[in-house]
Design a protein around this ligand. Sequence first.
Ligand code: GBH
Length: 496
Amino acid sequence: MRFTLSLFLLRMFIGPILRAHCEQDWSFPKDFRIGAASAAYQVEGGWNASGKGENNWDWFTHNKPWSIADQSNGDVACDSFHKYKEDVAILKDIGFNFYRFSISWSRIFPTGFSNKISKEGIQYYHDLIDELRSNGIEPFVTIYHWDHPQILEQMGGWVNELMVDSFTDFSRLVFQEFGPKVKYFATINEPSSFCSGGYGGTLKAPAWNLTLNAEYMCMHNVLKAHAKAYHMYDQEFRSTQNGKIGIVLPCQYYFGQDNNDTVTPDIAFQYDCGWMAHPIFSKVGDYPKIMRKRIDENSRIQGWPRSRLPTFTQKEVEYIRGTADYFGLNHYTSYIAVPVKRETGKVWENDRGYYQTVDPKWPVSASSWLKVVPEGFGNILRRITKEYGKLPIYVTENGYADHGSLNDIERIKYYYGYLKEMLVAINDGCNVKVYIAWSIIDNFEWQDGYKNRFGIVHVDFNDPGRKRTYKKSAKWYKDLLKSRKLLPVHNYTNNN
Ligand code: GBH
């Protein structure tokens, strides 16, 4: 009785103090960078301005408009090609000092080939970079965020190994032109998204739907292209430019069906994240063992003369291993991995041996694939650290989709929960140095068109001027960046 009473008193009086203290405790480390992101095709518009050539997303949205939820395209998008100064002013006003954006390949090489360079295209990025720097915002350049000249697509795109050389030419130009002003580069954004969605399936351009074989070939070429660009930077530019270069990988977190199943989540991690990460970040390099084994076996059973998962020579394994100065992580959501037996007719599941599902209790978002699972974020950061060591992790994307409300309380809750888990993970020893929110402004959300919105700033796509308006989450970020602390959500969630 006595004990209960004293406990009660302790709770009553110490609790609020403790809680207040804990809330104050969520500050960001001193050298920690916080930024926001976008990508060329999603925000620029100006699809044929100043002689820009046609790219794969122009072609895809113009020729297969039914592939996009609202039949829209990126012809105008946020019109950032003309309104970049306004975007920079917004970044600055909110207080971000880091901006991740990408370069439109066909704006630089309008014919698709490197013998003809567009001066106007290059000038646009100089202007954007200069505007950022003169406002104290550090530019972070993604060289490739899913858009490439359509002529290269007609030649097979990423399934053709010649893409490796085309990408190298493009990267060289980017380093030569912008490297003196840019200290952060990512070669390629989320290989698995376009390899699976674009070549294996139909969700992303060019939607060829060519089965798993094409996905594996695409990834094989992407890994070679990434490594080649990295080595080129190392040999030709690093000594004078002194930047950091890496790759951006989407890694989700997988829970088991129950706590006893630790095996299936581990396999799922290797297929989802390890497919791209193991060749680059593991000590031994090459594809994860479990993928090699299962896909080799499946190929044999299905009567293929060789494995559908291509092989690297030992020389290539060494060439790709270690080609990153940081681990670029895009993380949004988690899944539950459920084991399945090998069955004929279910190729993907046969190759993986599991399927993914979600917990119906997880809060939903506007995007069907995105559930709110903050603890998964902490878990994936610890998992990556355990698997690949202490290389700095840059969180290059994280964010929440709704339908565009200005009163975006769910987005604030999402960011609060995820950032808190990240700070816990940092406390646990994860070497996270950068966090970049997706996205600064609403934009063209690929197959979801303009229906699903990720911006902390609203864009009116019916307004020819593409008016930008702060959402509540922009105000939340502004306060956060001023105090460099995670601020309690309840101050923002009452309707004012
Ligand atoms: C990022 O993609 C993109 O880099 C960015 O351009 C985009 O706007 C943003 O996120 C929001 O979508 O199909 O169920 O297996 C993240 C895309 C989508 C990648 C889900 C992994 C796998 C889910 N992610 N996808 S599933």
